[in-house]
Write a protein that binds this ligand. Sequence first.
Ligand code: SF4
Length: 63
Amino acid sequence: MKRPVVDLAECTRCEGCIALCPAVFRLNQAGFVEAADLPEYPREEVEEAIKNCPGRCIRWEEE
Ligand code: SF4
């Protein structure tokens, strides 16, 4: 299964991905963006977040 991951080194914490895809992306307690652990992901919404991420820091990772 593929899951989205965020490269924190490039993330500016603009929160655009959270606005576009709140079911998946969120801020963790440390204030960093992370993808929730879900049994499956809304592919189109994640693709939108990937396309619109200014830091190009979201990608799919094969589990
Ligand atoms: S859209 Fe990209 S840069 Fe902005 S918070 Fe999400 S992962 Fe970080």
